[in-house]
Design a protein around this ligand. Structure first.
Ligand code: NAD
Length: 462
């Protein structure tokens, strides 16, 4: 796999000060496919200084010029979409058709949406005797995970650039090659030097140095709740703004009048996509007791059909973690109806598509984020019981409701403590705000709400 041997600083690829390297591994066979720099605190410092130096000029650019750069960025990503899909497949392991249809395609829509928003958003408004300016918040530290490597980057960098902020990106150590392709696209798009900088590196080294850097005005983090908590504490002590997109344990609530087969099949597909490594996956399926046995049968059959077709999980560590949860589910008394802890292949970090029935709300597999292809099916007695179970975790990122009548599903969704709910299989909308209630996060990404995270207001009174 093609890799840059430097970090992207102040408009060029330059050698990192740190001599350390990250080995990039293909999860399908465990082989090392590339090496990239593991930047250190000195590299982060240089990158933040470059971003700060570039800030005044970029912040003062007319929004139409920022929109033009974002359009060029979208076009540069379009030109590389095949390379992006192949790279995501190589370092994340997702099957190529999924990499093409989702990993490479969704970021194009998001980048395009911010090109349009930069051009059309009102960065100035009148409120009584005041004029309110929406100004860029400053230098943004973007720290991203590996599960949707390009989407997570674009969902931060595109609105930040649209707002007039400058950025230092520290992508996940498992998927740095996709981040390098993104940096190449930024370069081609003619974004001025220093506006965007990329430092590949380890979380506790480069990530921490970036989150702690006094030259950063906003830390926008997507990842685990454990790391998010630490970042929020550091930022809080420095009175620095944070945006946090964290873990999830979303409920797929199937009400009695729903099309059961559709709800179950879509629900299983939702959990198995990306090998279960989706923060918003509906990993708890809630079914009324009258339909429970039928739903379990349908889900087991649907999962079995996936067989080998899902890709591996991202790393050996992730594979061990997911298998540990499956073993814990069995030990706590859940009934395995598909898959299990044995790896379906000898090589690579594969986990079998797994379904548990007779899961009770307090079991570990019903409470904790597994981040693998594992579905838990829970039984409820009535709607109030379903609501208690749906809301009964520390998370609140997403969810789904299925009902015979749309209005019934909407009424239930309005009572869920969660940031996004798909009604009867509603489609992903890249303009709708995405983000968590409770411990799933702080702030929102995507669309105009995502742009607002990177702006602060200044009011002038007349
Ligand atoms: P992670 O928290 O381990 O890592 C995320 C990023 O933070 C990586 O770039 C990592 O290098 C960095 N990091 C790690 N330790 C750090 C530290 N001490 N200081 C600063 N940065 C540090 O998460 P992950 O395993 O890469 O991703 C999986 C998690 O991300 C899951 O919990 C998932 O739910 C969550 N996620 C949430 C969303 C969302 O939008 N809410 C989206 C995708 C993933």
């Amino acid at each position: 796999m093609k890799a840059q041997h430097g970090i992207y600083l102040d408009g060029a690829w330059r050698p990192a000060a740190s001599q350390d390297e990250i080995e990039v591994v293909d999860p399908a066979d465990g082989q090392v496919i590339a090496r990239v720099p593991a930047g250190g605190a000195e590299d982060i410092d240089t990158a933040v200084r470059a971003a700060r130096a570039a800030l005044p000029a970029w912040a003062a650019t007319p929004p139409a010029e920022r929109a033009a750069r974002l359009t060029a960025l979208r076009d540069a990503l379009v030109a590389r979409k095949d390379e992006i899909a192949e790279t995501v497949t190589a370092e994340l392991g997702s099957p190529l058709p999924f990499s093409q249809a989702v990993h490479a395609a969704v970021p194009l829509a998001v980048a395009g949406s911010y090109a349009e928003l930069a051009a059309t958003h009102s960065f100035e408004e009148r409120v009584g005797n005041s004029t309110v300016f929406h100004e860029p918040i400053g230098v943004v530290a973007a720290i991203t995970p590996w599960n949707y490597p390009l989407h997570q980057i674009v969902a931060k960098v595109a609105p930040a650039l649209a707002a007039g902020c400058t950025v230092v990106l520290k992508p996940a150590e498992d998927t740095p090659l996709t981040a390098q392709l993104f940096a190449e696209a930024v370069h081609e798009a003619g974004v001025p030097a220093g506006v965007f900088n990329l430092v590949t590196g380890l979380g506790p080294v480069a990530g921490q140095a970036l989150a702690e850097h006094p030259g950063v005005d906003l830390v926008s983090f997507t990842g685990s709740t454990a790391v998010g908590r630490q970042i929020a504490a550091t930022a809080g002590a420095a009175v620095k703004k944070v945006a946090l997109e964290l873990g999830g344990k979303s409920a797929n609530v199937i009400l009695p009048g729903a099309d059961l087969a559709k709800a179950v099949n879509v629900g299983v597909a939702n959990v198995m996509a990306n090998s279960g490594q989706t923060c918003s996956a509906w990993t708890r399926m809630l079914v009324h007791r009258d339909h429970y046995d039928e739903a379990v049968e349908l889900a087991a059959a649907a999962a079995a059909k996936y067989g080998d077709r899902i890709g591996p999980v991202v790393s050996a560590g992730q594979q061990a973690r997911v298998r540990g949860y499956i073993e814990q589910g069995i030990a706590e008394g859940a009934r395995l109806v598909a898959g299990g802890p044995e790896s379906p292949r000898e090589r690579g970090f594969f986990v079998a598509p797994t379904v548990f029935a007779d899961v009770t709300p307090q079991m570990t597999i019903a409470q904790e984020e597994i981040f693998g292809p594992v579905l838990s099916i829970l039984r409820y007695e009535d709607e109030e019981d379903a609501l208690r179970i749906a809301n009964g975790t520390v998370y609140g990122l997403a969810g789904a409701v299925w009902a015979g009548e749309e209005a019934e599903a909407v009424a239930f969704a309005r009572r869920m403590d969660t940031g996004q709910v798909d009604i009867n299989g509603g489609r992903f909308n890249p303009l709708a705000p995405f983000g968590g209630y409770k411990q799933s996060g702080v702030g929102r990404e995507l669309g105009a709400h995502g742009l607002a995270e990177y702006l602060q207001t200044k009011s002038l009174q007349f």
